[in-house]
Design a protein around this ligand. Structure first.
Ligand SMILES: *[C@@H]1O[C@H](CO)[C@@H](O)[C@H](O)[C@H]1NC(C)=O
Ligand SMILES: *[C@@H]1O[C@H](CO)[C@@H](O)[C@H](O)[C@H]1NC(C)=O
Ligand SMILES: *[C@@H]1O[C@H](CO)[C@@H](O)[C@H](O)[C@H]1NC(C)=O
Ligand SMILES: *[C@@H]1O[C@H](CO)[C@@H](O)[C@H](O)[C@H]1NC(C)=O
Ligand SMILES: *[C@@H]1O[C@H](CO)[C@@H](O)[C@H](O)[C@H]1NC(C)=O
Ligand SMILES: *[C@@H]1O[C@H](CO)[C@@H](O)[C@H](O)[C@H]1NC(C)=O
Ligand SMILES: *[C@@H]1O[C@H](CO)[C@@H](O)[C@H](O)[C@H]1NC(C)=O
Ligand SMILES: *[C@@H]1O[C@H](CO)[C@@H](O)[C@H](O)[C@H]1NC(C)=O
Length: 413
C-alpha cells in the first residue's frame, strides 16, 4: 500500500466535515519497512503465492492448514470473566464496515476497537489487509502457527479488556490503526512513546486503557480478513460472544479496492476474484455453521441492505445486539447518510447519499471484468443471493437490482 493509500485507509472523516487524521510519516515508514522486510521474507517460500492457484471451497490448502492449526494451538481459550457482551464484526476491506461499526458504537454503552489485528497480520504473514499483487514478486513461508496463536491472544485480551492485555507484544499497541478511533487512541498515544519492550511502561499504558474499557457494557472489535475458523472455539467457550458478519457484493468490493488501492491489475481479475471469493466462501460456510449452532449470536448482513435502508438496517443490528436505539444513534445515522458533505475516502463514513454508494461501482465497470467476477464468485452469489449481470444494459441500469431477497438469515440481511 502506498503512503497515500495508507493514509486514506486510516483517515477519519476526511473531506469537508472534519480534518482527517494523518499518520506521521515516520510511523508509516516504520510500518512500510517492516512490511517490506516481511514481504521479502514471505516472497521466497510460500506455497500460497500468486503462482499457486487457490483451490475453491473449504478444501483449499489455506483452510486445511488453518483447521489443522486450530487443533494444535486451540488450547488458548477465551475465559469468561464477566457478563459484558463481546462483539466481533467480521468483514472485508471496502465493505461498508467502517460505517456499520460506527453505527454500533454510536450507542454510548459500546467500546470500540478498530482493527487490532493489523500488526499481527503484518508481523506473521507479511501481508497487510488487502489481497494484492503489487510489490509481491516471490513468496516465502508465513508462520501461520504463530499468526493464529497471536490472533487468539490479541482478540481474547481486547475482548475481555483485562490483565491478559499486559501479555501482548508492544507492536500490537503501537498500531497506527488504534489511533483512528477515540476509545483506543489514548492507548496508542501512550504506547507509541515506548521505544522498546518494557513491561513497566506498557503496564502503565494498559492500566489506563483498562479503566476506560471497564466502564462499557459492550466491547466491539471490527476486523477484516479474520481467520474465521477460530470462531468455532471462541463461540463455544464464550456464551457472551456475538458475531456480525458483514459482506458485500464481490463486484463492489473488488471495484472499490481497485479504485482506491489499485491492488492488482484488471487483467488478473480471474485469479484475484477467485482468491477473494474462495476466502469469502470459506467464511460464509463457517458463518452458516455458526448460525446453525448459535442462531441468536450470529448475524449475517449485506452492506447493500444497510446502505439502501440505513435506519432499517440499524434497527435490525440493534435488535440483534439488544442495544437501545437511542436518539443519539438515529441522529448519527441520519447525519451520516443524508449529510451534504462531499464523498470521502477510506475510514470515513460521511456520505452524500448512502443509497448511491453501494452501486457507484457500476458506472465505470467493464462488463467483461464483471462477467469474470460472476464466474469466479458463483457460489458466493448463490449463498448470499447476489445476481450475475446478463448484459451490459443490466450492469449500467441502476434500477436493475443485483441482489435478491435472502430470507434464510432473517428478513433484512
Ligand atoms: C448523546 O450524545 C451526547 C453528545 O455526544 C452525549 O453527551 C450524551 O451523553 C449522549 N446521550 C446518550 C443517552 O447516549
Ligand atoms: C512458527 O511459530 C511457532 C510459534 O511461535 C514456532 O514454534 C515455530 O518454530 C515457527 N516456525 C517457523 C518456521 O518459524
Ligand atoms: C472523538 O473525540 C473528539 C475530541 O474529544 C470529539 O470531538 C469527537 O466527536 C469524538 N469522536 C467520536 C466518534 O466520538
Ligand atoms: C522500564 O522503564 C522504567 C521507567 O522508565 C525504568 O525505570 C526501567 O529501568 C525500565 N526497565 C527496563 C528493563 O528497561
Ligand atoms: C434501554 O433503555 C431503557 C429505558 O430507557 C432502560 O431501562 C434500559 O436499561 C436500557 N437498556 C440498556 C441495555 O441500556
Ligand atoms: C447531527 O447533526 C446535527 C445538526 O448538524 C447536530 O446538531 C447533532 O449533534 C448531530 N448528531 C450526531 C449524533 O452526530
Ligand atoms: C442538505 O442540503 C439541503 C438543500 O441544500 C438542505 O435542505 C438539507 O437540510 C441539508 N441537509 C443537511 C443534513 O445539512
Ligand atoms: C432498468 O431496469 C428496470 C428494472 O428491471 C426496468 O424496469 C427498466 O426498463 C430498465 N431501464 C432500461 C433503460 O433498460
Amino acid at each position: 500500500m502506498s503512503y497515500k493509500a495508507f493514509v486514506k485507509y486510516i483517515c477519519i472523516k476526511c473531506g469537508s466535515v472534519r480534518t482527517g487524521y494523518r499518520v506521521k510519516r515516520s510511523v508509516y515508514l516504520m510500518v512500510s519497512a517492516f512490511t517490506l522486510i516481511s514481504l521479502i521474507y514471505f516472497n521466497n517460500n510460500s506455497a500460497m503465492g500468486s503462482r499457486a492457484r487457490p483451490t475453491t471451497g473449504s478444501g483449499s490448502k489455506l483452510w486445511q492448514l488453518l483447521r489443522s492449526l486450530e487443533s494444535v494451538v486451540g488450547v488458548t481459550q477465551i475465559q469468561v470473566r464477566d457478563d459484558r457482551k463481546r462483539v466481533i464484526l467480521v468483514t472485508y476491506p471496502r465493505s461498508g464496515s467502517t460505517f456499520t461499526a460506527d453505527v454500533i458504537q454510536a450507542n454510548s454503552d459500546v467500546f470500540y476497537i478498530f482493527e487490532p489485528l493489523y500488526p499481527t497480520l503484518v508481523e506473521h504473514t507479511g501481508k497487510d489487509l488487502l489481497i494484492t499483487d503489487n510489490g509481491i514478486k516471490k513468496r516465502i513461508q508465513r508462520n501461520m502457527t504463530s499468526y493464529i496463536a497471536e490472533v487468539k491472544k490479541v482478540m481474547e485480551a481486547f475482548l475481555n479488556c483485562d490483565s491478559s492485555l499486559f501479555e501482548l507484544p508492544l507492536h500490537v499497541f503501537k498500531s497506527p490503526l488504534l489511533k483512528v478511533r477515540n476509545d483506543t487512541s489514548p492507548l496508542f498515544e501512550c504506547s507509541d512513546k515506548i521505544k522498546e519492550y518494557n513491561r513497566t511502561l506498557i503496564s502503565n499504558c494498559v492500566e489506563k486503557y483498562i479503566k476506560l474499557c471497564e466502564k462499557k457494557k459492550v466491547i466491539l472489535v471490527k476486523t477484516i480478513r479474520y481467520p474465521s475458523e477460530i470462531l468455532y472455539n471462541q463461540m463455544k467457550n464464550d456464551p457472551n460472544l456475538y458475531v456480525v458478519y458483514l459482506m458485500r457484493d464481490p463486484r463492489g468490493i473488488i471495484s472499490s479496492q481497485m479504485s482506491n488501492f489499485k491492488n492488482f491489475a484488471w487483467k488478473n481479475i480471474n485469479r484475484a476474484s477467485k482468491e477473494i471469493c474462495s476466502l469469502m466462501e470459506n467464511d460464509i460456510q463457517v458463518m452458516e455453521d455458526l448460525h446453525n449452532l448459535y442462531p441468536d449470536r450470529v448475524k449475517l448482513l449485506r452492506y447493500e441492505s444497510i446502505a439502501f435502508d440505513p435506519l432499517g438496517g440499524t434497527t435490525d443490528i440493534y435488535k440483534f445486539l439488544e442495544l437501545n436505539l437511542t436518539k443519539n444513534v438515529t441522529n448519527f445515522v441520519k447525519n451520516h447518510t443524508q449529510s451534504n458533505a462531499t464523498s470521502c475516502s477510506v475510514g470515513c463514513t460521511v456520505r452524500k447519499n448512502s443509497k448511491s454508494v453501494p452501486y457507484k461501482w457500476r458506472v465505470h465497470a467493464h462488463f467483461k471484468y464483471m462477467q469474470n467476477i460472476d464466474r469466479s464468485c458463483g457460489n458466493v452469489y448463490a449463498k448470499m443471493c447476489y445476481v450475475p449481470v446478463g448484459n451490459i444494459n443490466q450492469l449500467k441500469n441502476k434500477s436493475f437490482s443485483l441482489m435478491k431477497l435472502c430470507q434464510k438469515y432473517g428478513a433484512n440481511i
